[in-house]
Design a binder for this molecule. Structure first.
Ligand SMILES: O=C[C@H](O)COP(=O)(O)O
Length: 264
């Protein structure tokens, strides 16, 4: 099986682990990946710690030349200046970040972020050379009303407004049904494929096949080592955005190593 897009396995630590804890997790994760002979050419492994851990992660990755990408969980839509509490894209770039999560449902739910904010942050990330991981996905009521595809596509449309096809081809979209986040309620592989496939078709209609073929679309929501294989086997799923299970280095390494399987 030839993979058109390099899969991405990203661990979102959310508001867990301080900068001291980060040392242990990163060391154990990398040690486990190396011990199990993870092949970085087959998939990219990335951690997304809290802002306060990024310097620590940068020091470990640079100092030991670790094969580990990292990024942040949010960024400011502004360049810099009087924006108390914000963290700018330039600050993240200076810390060696490659990725940044944008529009996670927890930002939408607890911080009132809407599609306009998500769009502004996505544009800012791309402008500054960061790869945004743009999160979209429906809540339980929308799913029960069978509106999940239209709902999710409308968020993709909002988040990507004003971007060029070239900018779009470099970003990552994460489909995360809110009802599956942190609940243990994982979407079926068919659920994941239905929406990820719809996103790719929408991208193709809007920006052309070449662009749509390059965008990596992740699934997120209660991914574990025990369920990763069937979800990642779907043709339009190019990796995972992992929350809770990424706090356990052995578990996350087992998830991240999925694409090392000899059958792929
Ligand atoms: O960003 C990650 C997602 O919110 C998934 O979290 P979870 O794996 O704990 O369900």
């Amino acid at each position: 099986m030839t993979l058109a897009r390099k899969p991405l396995m990203a661990g979102n630590w959310k508001m867990n682990l301080n900068h001291v804890d980060a040392v242990g997790l990163v060391q154990k994760l990398v040690w486990t990946l190396e011990d199990k002979r993870h092949d970085p050419k087959k998939s990219e492994v990335v951690v997304l710690p809290p802002f306060t851990d990024l310097r620590t992660v940068q020091t470990l990755v640079d100092g030991d030349r670790l094969e580990l990408g990292y990024g942040a969980q949010d960024l400011s839509p502004f360049d810099g200046g009087a924006y108390t509490g914000d963290i700018s894209a330039d600050m993240l770039v200076k810390l060696g970040c490659s990725y940044v999560v944008v529009g996670h449902s927890e930002r939408r739910q607890y911080h009132g972020e809407d599609d306009n904010t998500v769009n502004a942050k996505t544009i800012q990330a791309i402008k500054k050379g960061l790869t945004p991981i743009v999160c979209v996905g429906e809540g339980l009521e929308v799913r029960r009303a069978d509106q999940h595809v239209d709902f999710t596509i409308s968020h993709v449309e909002g988040a990507l407004a004003r971007l060029t096809p070239e900018q779009i081809s470099s970003l990552v979209i994460a489909y995360e049904p809110v009802w599956a986040i942190g609940t243990g309620e994982v979407a079926t592989p068919q659920d994941a494929q239905e929406v990820c496939g719809a996103i790719r078709r929408w991208l193709a209609e809007r920006y052309g096949d070449a662009t749509a073929d390059q965008v990596r679309i992740l699934y997120g929501g209660s991914v574990k080592a025990s369920n990763v294989a069937s979800i990642m086997a779907q043709p339009d799923v190019d990796g995972a955005l992992v929350g809770g299970a990424s706090l356990n280095p052995e578990e996350f390494a087992a998830i991240a190593r999925f694409y090392d399987l000899p059958s792929l």
